[in-house]
Design a protein around this ligand. Structure first.
Ligand code: UDX
Ligand code: UDX
Ligand code: ADP
Length: 469
């Protein structure tokens, strides 16, 4: 199989954008075109002042170095498909909201329509790479669609190449991946296609970190990795509840447990709950898959990870109400952070959405500050979380500010929902002066120095700490 010289990426989102920008940077001999249906997204990627559609540390630098050289963003999907040797499919795969498998199964509509587009317009053979997170056997469906609809003399080889980047550290994860996983049919043609993709990554990733496996193992590994990562957080969060009830300290417990080399120290930070577009979706996919395979015990096992996460969020908002003398009606609650984690503007499945919803249902006034999330996004997330509350009513109850200090002004309580570094460094004395007393801080991210805040006068509650205010 000749070496790949032209790559097309369908979907210019959180996965396709950074991944293919890095491929372009590291492979100057390959022309990479990232296409999307969404004109304004493409315009943002092409903007002269590099106001890119997603916030990701280091991304702008990559785009500055490669854009116009061998990296292009376009809405000409058909033209880009036609000229490419290899096509990444990086479209969104949200959880289905209605129909069979609603609430669990992935909505593969976007994957299918991108696949059909490839079949319709391709005039030469292609390697088609499934990059979006998808349930097992999606590659097989893509293969059937492509083969049933292709023109003569077009051969399609399907690969699965799941993405393991985490938002906020995507560029570093792409520069130095723990591993690159490539799944293919174990036929001579499948292996040749896999080798062609290995050669692209080998431009910067050591070969021993590029793992070639069967198609279904690759698809399942992605779901498994995310499910096991999320399971660690639900495990540590379940322990945080025991800590609060007993007076133990989750930091100390996680530290001691993580010292066991079989367990390891990373990804054991208790929190108000995990968010992001992947964890919940992938576990629900795994649950749905297990149920469809008639493995109800397996499905139940993984479902508990999500149930525990919901419990953690609910438990935290209940703590806030309990501490504020069992009522927050009419009180102002300042929520610091709305993104699902620090260093991203992404709010998909953010625990902050659930917290704010709970506070609003208790008839509190909520002020919100996040350094990266667009205000329009916050309104849209809250409208979706509270479909029965008309936007004008919501806007009477919620106030979005452009600084942490403004957010906390006149509040009874500050709730830390995202671990942005700037929240550790704000002038807490000034925050205290501006608040109603007693002034409460609820740290859902183990972020602040509780002792220091107490010495200022705050009543501080930290997740996973049994100690008193
Ligand atoms: C995750 C996987 O890490 C990545 O490999 C996969 O490709 C996509 O899903 P992402 O969702 O971007 O990445 O971020 P991640 O850092 O994994 O955090 C997910 C959520 O877990 C966040 O809400 C984060 O705050 C939370 N988290 C993470 C914790 O609560 N505690 C931790 O110790 C780690
Ligand atoms: C365990 C803990 O490892 C040890 O730290 C603690 O002090 C006591 O409990 P032990 O029960 O002696 O030690 O053996 P361990 O190697 O942990 O194995 C426990 C069981 O898990 C065995 O049945 C083993 O076969 C099984 N196991 C272990 C697996 O099935 N798969 C694995 O990957 C590891
Ligand atoms: P992810 O986190 O998986 O990257 P995003 O929603 O950030 O998800 O990005 C997916 C992108 O894919 C969106 O910008 C969407 O417009 C684009 N997209 C979806 N379907 C198609 C399609 N058939 N052709 C081109 N782009 C598509």
């Amino acid at each position: 199989m000749p070496a790949v010289t032209k790559v097309c990426c369908i979907g210019a989102g959180y996965v396709g954008g950074p991944t293919c920008a890095v491929i372009a940077l590291k492979c100057p001999h390959i022309k990479v075109t990232i296409v999307d249906l969404n004109q304004s997204r493409i315009d943002a990627w092409n903007s002269a002042d590099y106001k890119l559609p997603i916030y990701e540390p280091g991304l702008e630098d990559v785009v500055r170095r490669a854009r116009g050289r061998n990296l292009f963003f376009s809405t000409d999907i058909d033209g880009s498909i036609q000229e490419a040797d290899l096509i990444f499919v990086s479209v969104n795969t949200p959880t289905k909201k209605s129909g069979v498998g609603a609430g669990f199964a992935a909505d593969l509509n976007y994957v299918e329509s991108a696949t059909r587009r490839i079949a319709k317009v391709a005039t030469s053979s292609k390697i088609v790479v499934e990059k979006s997170t998808v349930p097992c056997r999606t590659a097989e469906s893509m293969r059937i669609i492509l083969e049933a609809n292709s023109s003569p003399n077009c051969r399609f080889d399907i690969l699965s190449n799941p993405e393991f980047l985490a938002e906020g550290t995507a560029i570093n994860d792409l520069f130095k991946p723990d591993r690159v996983l490539i799944g293919s049919l174990q036929t001579p043609e499948g292996i040749a296609a896999s080798n062609a993709l290995v050669e692209i990554y080998a431009n910067w990733v050591p070969k021993e970190r590029i793992l070639s496996v069967g198609l279904w193992s690759s698809e399942l590994s992605k779901l498994a990795a995310n499910a096991m990562l999320a399971q660690r957080i639900s495990s540590v969060n379940a322990l945080s509840a025991i800590c609060e009830a007993t007076g133990a300290n989750i930091d100390e417990v996680a530290h001691a447990v993580g010292y066991d080399s079989r367990i390891g120290p990373n990804f054991l930070r208790a929190s108000v709950g995990f968010g992001g577009s992947c964890f919940q979706k992938d576990i629900l996919n795994l649950v749905y898959l297990s149920e469809s395979l008639h493995l109800p015990e397996v499905a139940e096992y993984w479902k508990q990870v999500v149930i525990m996460n919901e419990y953690q969020k609910r438990r935290f908002s209940k703590t806030v109400v309990d501490m504020l003398f069992n009522t927050i009606t009419g009180k102002r609650i300042a929520v610091l952070g709305f993104a699902f984690k620090a260093d991203t503007g992404d709010t998909r499945e953010s625990p902050a959405i659930t917290l704010v919803r709970d506070f609003l249902l208790e008839k509190a006034h909520v002020s919100i500050y996040d350094p990266q999330v667009e205000h329009a996004q916050i309104w849209s997330d809250l409208s979706e979380a509270l479909p029965l509350v008309p936007l004008p009513n919501l806007q009477k109850q919620v106030h979005i500010t452009s600084s942490a200090l403004d957010c906390c002004k006149d509040a009874e309580a500050v709730v830390i929902a995202t671990e942005w570094r700037e929240f550790r460094e704000i002038d807490w004395e000034a925050v205290y002066r501006g608040m109603n007393k007693p002034a409460f801080v609820f740290d859902g991210r183990l972020l602040v120095d509780a002792q220091k805040l107490r010495s200022i006068g705050f009543k501080v509650t930290v997740i996973g700490r049994g100690e008193q205010l």
